[in-house]
Write a protein that binds this ligand. Sequence first.
Ligand SMILES: Cc1ncc(COP(=O)(O)O)c(C=O)c1O
Length: 397
Amino acid sequence: MSGLPPEPATTGFQPPPYPYDRLDGVKARATERFAADGGLVDCSIGTPCDPPPPAVLAAMASSGTERGYPTSQGSPAYRRAAAGWLARRFGVRVDPDTEVAACVGTKEFVASTAQYLRLRNPDRDTVLYPAVSYPTYAMGALLARCRPVPVAELPSGGLDLASVDRADIERTLLLWANTPANPSGALTDMDGVARWGRGHGIPVFSDECYAEFTWDGPPASVLSAGVEGVVAVHSLSKRSNLAGVRAGFYAGDPDLVGFLLEVRKHAGLMVPGPVQAGGAVAYDDDAHVADQRHRYQERLTYLSGVLADAGVPTPLPAGGFYLWVPVPTGFGHGGNGGAWALTEALAMEGGLLASPGDLYGPDGAGHVRVAVVQPTERLELVARRLAGRRLPPGPTA
Ligand SMILES: Cc1ncc(COP(=O)(O)O)c(C=O)c1O
């Protein structure tokens, strides 16, 4: 007996640390530091802070749908409301009976779709996704025992699909796109992506959960070039401040939607009935979205000015509610250290918690992301703390 603990028995999948858990250390330090001065202003996660429409809450409270199981596809009213919104907002027509189905928020859909498609197409083992993006695209590939292969992004925004290796294309099960993009806010030409997918026989899944918050031009959907080979994924979390109730939908090619619906029925994935009732009301209303757009625009402009005054010039995004802040020289530009050093400085000097860009892929390491999901009064607190300061450290002697 050596007295040593036994070797771990498995070399199987070990989940990596959850991205935002990596912020726990800096979050705790900044929380303590600003405890007596208004507290930490947490802009690290894109979780809405503003109220959902009262009519949505009323519909959830009075739907009478609590007793029976909901369908995985979603009620006709929910699907019709989703299809009606797609027609109003994007000018696209989908059949609510065969081309639309509900999902439990969209994260579960993003995380599970590769796994389900691989069951149908076991010879394909590769998932393409934007190199700097929401981490769940790559995680969904890993959960499906697929290879996550990042696609470089064009300087103008969008996917550089011409750079994808021929050998990777031949193995690709699906492609994820995201417009407006989290974290950069960049817009993607989805007609071009759809054409590329059709040309290579690769299904395109377009995550459009920030579409309502498109600032440069009208919102766009992959569905505007037809449903063949494509699926758009939408969420009420951001659009209607309903992240807590978990409601979204997927819409597009009836073959893809139909296959996923059948599998998801077996997996027991259902949006609760009261949530569907509220969701239908939310999709029927555009006025609350106009108010929310105004709030985010005001906060993006305000905080970008605060950061510029502190020596951190920050462009406004083309879409979304994130500032994608370039790390200024002086923070170890371009390396992981740069993003983490700027995150630390914003937290410890401004009491502002951002997220380092490498949480969204190694190519994000020259940026930090700030979600403007705090009321303007809270952002003013950050402005007061940073007033008169220049954040980039001077050159070391
Ligand atoms: C790009 C993107 N897709 C999907 C989601 C998931 O949102 P939900 O599961 O609340 O619909 C998020 C959440 O932040 C996101 O940023």
